[in-house]
Design a protein. Structure first.
Length: 174
């Protein structure tokens, strides 16, 4: 059974959160940074760890472990920030995603990807694009545009405040 919308071989960046391996479409990954100082922003959701300065632009950083109901990410030598471009309404916004470690870039074709599991009706899995098969193991392919609701993205943007003194949010127009 194939996944709708996946019709050709694509590249994915794989990363770890705890014992689980996740993947993001490489087309939405802008760069991977070593862990850097994160400035906490008051009154933001728990999963928002704060903001970083990325070449003069303010970029929010979220803890993917907290977002997925796991314990908070603890800094190790492998902890990194994956800068991804997500669609928020009519705009594309850069967001930093904390990960325990980045693994590799892999190629998966339609035959290597199964649809996301449907486990009951109460579980929200629409942010899972599919389950990739690699070396007899599964990895969770995320639809990064659907991991955060529009309300959560709005909360994150509001928590960053309005840009002042030449600071700006990194926004890429579609």
């Amino acid at each position: 059974m194939s996944v709708p919308g996946i019709m050709h071989i694509s590249q994915y960046l794989t990363f770890r959160l705890g014992d689980e391996v996740f993947a993001l479409d490489i087309a939405q990954v802008r760069e991977v940074l070593d862990y850097t100082s994160i400035t906490r922003v008051p009154r933001t959701p728990d999963f928002m760890r704060g903001v970083i300065n990325l070449r003069g632009s303010v970029v929010p950083v979220v803890d993917m472990r907290l977002k997925f109901g796991m314990p908070k990410t603890e800094r190790t030598i492998n902890t990194c920030i994956i800068i991804v471009e997500i669609k928020a309404g009519d705009e594309s916004v850069l967001l930093g995603a904390l990960a325990d470690s980045v693994q590799e870039v892999i190629e998966l074709g339609p035959g290597d990807i199964e649809p996301a599991p449907r486990i009951g009706t109460g579980l929200k899995v629409d942010f899972i694009k599919g389950m990739g098969k690699r070396d007899d193991k599964f990895l969770i392919i995320l639809d990064v545009d659907r991991v955060f609701s529009e309300e959560e993205l709005s909360d994150i943007s509001a928590g960053m405040g309005s840009p002042t003194n030449g600071d700006s949010k990194e926004t890429v127009k579609s």
